[in-house]
Design a protein around this ligand. Structure first.
Ligand code: BV8
Ligand code: ZN
Length: 241
């Protein structure tokens, strides 16, 4: 499964970066966004995952996130997450850049995680930005207010919102200077995250995509390992051990 070419690159690699998307959590039972069973089949992202929708109809958006929290509440990491956690210690330097908001990488033991799109397990005030940790039960239907009067929202990046500045800056630093860049389980559609593998490729870095399907970057990467990350990533780890 692991090509000789990739084995050679892995043997020489000092610095490795991995970008993950919803596909990495698919085998844990978390629905992805797009595709036939995608979350957004029922709703269009524009309707829900954006600030205006929240201000227009906070209850609807809040309830959608509470529903999504209920989907991941007792979900466990899968072999793909655990392989990435092991990969962290197999190289001198390693970074896991995720678009996912489910917190499963951390649950699997990954420490060096850059969360580009926030984390659905965290809440913050839409006005003053203060974090409101887990004191809100997922059964809480009504939107609640911060002491400043602002509405409390999930701490995720909505469409049209800036990504956390240090997270996206770090991510591009890694994409510009690493030895291997893996793009795993992402449709490579959402920007600026989708720019990362292209940036790595343009910097002459060996780019490997792990995805059962083709994506807009498949034609550009050095290797496309076609299959589920829960099977492919442990294969790579086996070779590393
Ligand atoms: C910004 C958090 C501006 C919330 C998310 C036109 C062109 C280019 C860009 C734009 C455009 N129009 C608008 C934009 C910008 C927009 C964007 O990129 N839109 C896209 C849709 C075109 N981006 C933004 O708005 C970003 N902000 O640009 O701000 C700005 C600039 C300056 C100043 C102010 C503002 C914000 C983007 C973040 C949005 N938030 N999520 C929530 O989750 O509710 S995006 C959402 O999509 C998730 O974060 C998700 O991670 C992300 C990407 O999706 P994927 O992870 O790739 O998941 P997907 O389902 O798509 O694909 C799954 C893949 O897994 C598939 O390929 C499948 O084959 C594969 N798979 C399935 N099973 C497996 C598997 N792989 C491996 N193993 C398996 N078993
Ligand atoms: Zn507040």
């Amino acid at each position: 499964m692991v090509s000789q070419q990739l084995k050679d690159h892995i043997k020489k690699a000092r610095r490795v970066a991995v970008l993950t998307g919803a596909g990495v959590s698919a085998e844990s039972g978390v629905p992805t966004f797009r595709g036939e069973h995608g979350l957004w089949k029922k709703f269009r992202p524009e309707e829900l995952a954006n600030f205006d929708a929240f201000m227009r109809n906070p209850e609807l958006v809040w309830e959608w996130y509470q529903y999504r929290r209920s989907l991941i509440y007792d979900i466990e990491p899968n072999p793909g997450h655990f392989a990435l956690a092991k990969m962290e210690n197999a190289f001198d330097e390693f970074s896991l850049i995720t678009q996912n908001i489910d917190g499963l990488h951390q649950k699997a033991g990954s420490q060096r995680v850059i969360e580009l799109h926030g984390n659905i397990r965290r809440n913050k005030c839409a006005t003053c930005g203060e974090f409101h940790e887990d004191e809100i039960p997922i059964t809480q239907k009504k939107v609640i207010k911060c002491h400043c009067g602002g509405l409390i929202r999930p701490d995720v990046v909505w469409f049209g919102e800036m990504l956390p500045v240090d997270a996206i800056r770090n991510a591009f630093e890694w994409a510009e200077s690493c030895d291997i860049f893996f793009s795993v389980g992402t449709s490579a559609i959402v920007h600026p995250a989708a720019q990362l593998p292209i940036t790595a490729k343009q910097a002459g870095i060996y780019v490997v995509e792990v995805n059962p399907d083709k994506t807009p970057i498949t034609a550009y990467v050095d290797e496309h390992l076609q299959g589920p990350s829960g099977e492919i990533l442990p294969e790579i780890i086996k070779f590393l051990e």
